[in-house]
Design a binder for this molecule. Sequence first.
Ligand code: ADP
Ligand code: TYD
Length: 222
Amino acid sequence: MNFDLHNFIILNSIMFITFEGIDLSGKSTQIRLLEDYLKGKKKKVVIVREPGGTVISEKIRDILLDKDHELMDDTTEFMLFSASRRQLTNEIIIPSLKSRHYVISDRYFDSSTAYQGYGGGLDLKMIGAVNSIASNGTVPDITFLLDIDINCWLKRKKSLSRSADRIESKKITYYRKVIEGYRNIARMNKKRFEVVDGSMNIDDIHRSLISSIHRFEKRKSQ
Ligand code: ADP
Ligand code: TYD
């Protein structure tokens, strides 16, 4: 397999933070607050989002989210997310961690496991194997799951009344599976995951993220 195991060792003392959760769970809102907080502490911070974050990955994003692409095969979809991820990892994430930046990613490989695996029914072992290649062996130090239920999602969706992209247009049953999938992934990766109730108010969530980060940093430095 083509990934560099030594990345893990070299990057051992810096923070790679990922945010997961269904659409509208509050990831971008919390990332903005966390970015301000870390920059206020004079930390170097790089923010990326998936799919996207590089010229090549943004082009893949356009293909993925285009509502005209109704014929897209589920495995094609997964491979495109993975291709976008591999490019982002090698072009931005690994170099940024090596130059001692905090990297905060709006989604990473857990999104594929939750959406294409638990939601779409693709084989979870196959997804795990491709995720390792796409991430080049890079594993987040901490992953925040902003957990909201389907009612909270519907409420936020109604209040925004924005038009849905191709992935968002999938059915509610699909979203339920994704929510449950995320909870499973978190249960199976307890050391890396922090599950946060995404229906709490914005400032309370922010405060809880900061204290988790401090706890993880302490644990890492021991
Ligand atoms: P995501 O990036 O996960 O799609 P956003 O951060 O864009 O989510 O938030 C989606 C919507 O929900 C926005 O209108 C945002 O203002 C609102 N929102 C975010 N967090 C909360 C919260 N904790 N409580 C209520 N509304 C929220
Ligand atoms: P985006 O507009 O970035 O949604 P959000 O702001 O909620 O993150 O669209 C990304 C969509 O792609 C979102 O519905 C989740 C989906 N997705 C997958 O299905 N698999 C993946 O691996 C990734 C990264 C995203």
